[in-house]
Design a protein around this ligand. Structure first.
Ligand code: AMP
Length: 291
């Protein structure tokens, strides 16, 4: 089946009804400017469902006033070619007015404590925007399974919690972080890096791996794990600032105190030049984790 580009909610609902008899629908929400990280999720969805839908929507509600909404990279033709090659059936690509028609939206989905930490501390409106648009997209697409990347570990935790607390139907499937050969997590925002910055950007993954290696060598104290991440990041002069360094419970994102439990999420967000980079790894005693 060729990829169908659908721009309106009404048309998507018709396509969804028409596809219902085929079997389960797998859904990959994105902001576009796709890379292998997104496509790996489409492939997972393709392998597990009769119908695969993706969305491309750069959601204004999840960007703060001084963030990169206007500059966010876009290339619909290239994205469509990649989606079609990966076997995606339906692409929902609405305008901002289609998702947020006047009068101004007054009812939001507002996650609590889980969204106040890490990314939420640095980006106060972010997860209210994410949870609201994910709810809208789930209500429009009505997926049986939704595919999110571990790359955005807090987003996974917030959506998982929202689905649980609000009894949202459907299954959440989390795909492993896809990385460049030097370890840098693929991201649409990597395009903002200068050539010089790109050369050192893998320090983020190196710092997180240093914590994982230390944990595997027997060190379980959360402070020691956070320290090795921070000192690795600080050893790179092009790291302009560190928003946070965290070792936290992967479900609640509560910061670990004392010794950490297996499965904790080590994460960080930093600035290199004007680019903000975000990454995480799961701390496991044995190799073979999905990050
Ligand atoms: P975005 O377009 O950045 O909103 O991302 C859309 C989806 O792709 C989210 O579930 C992301 O977590 C996921 N994603 C982004 N980058 C990667 C990556 N490098 N590996 C795996 N999944 C990713």
């Amino acid at each position: 089946m060729a990829l169908a580009l659908i721009r309106t909610i009404e048309e998507f609902r018709r396509a969804r009804e028409a596809a219902r008899s085929a079997g389960s629908l797998g859904f990959v929400p994105t902001m576009g400017f796709l890379h292998e990280g997104h496509i790996s999720l489409v492939r997972m969805a393709r392998a597990e469902n009769a119908v695969v839908a993706a969305s491309i929507f750069v959601n204004p509600a999840q960007f703060g006033p001084n963030e990169d909404l206007a500059a966010y990279p876009r290339d619909l033709d290239r994205d469509m070619a990649m989606l079609e090659a990966a076997g995606c059936d339906l692409l929902f690509h609405p305008s901002p007015e289609e998702i947020y028609p006047p009068p101004e939206q007054d009812v939001y989905v507002v996650p609590g404590e889980i969204a106040s930490r890490l990314e939420g501390a640095a980006r106060p409106v972010h997860f209210k925007g994410v949870a609201t648009v994910v709810t809208k997209l789930f209500n429009i697409v009505q997926p049986d399974r939704s595919y999110l990347g571990q790359k955005d570990g807090q987003q996974v935790a917030v959506v998982r919690r929202m689905m649980r607390d609000l009894n949202v139907p459907g299954e959440l499937v989390v795909g492993p972080t896809v990385r460049e050969p030097d370890g840098l997590a693929m991201s649409s925002r990597n395009t903002y890096l200068s050539a010089e910055e790109r050369k050192v950007a893998a320090v983020v993954y190196r710092a997180l791996c240093a914590a994982r290696d230390l944990y595997r060598s027997g060190e379980a104290r959360a402070d020691a794990l956070r320290d090795v991440i921070r000192s690795t990041l600080e050893s790179e002069p092009l790291v302009a600032s560190i928003d946070y360094v965290s070792v936290a419970d992967p479900l609640t994102l509560a910061e670990a105190e004392g010794d950490v439990a297996d499965g904790a999420m080590a994460s960080t967000a930093i600035h290199i030049g004007k680019t903000r980079l975000l990454d995480n790894v799961i701390l496991t005693r044995s190799a073979g984790s999905n990050t």
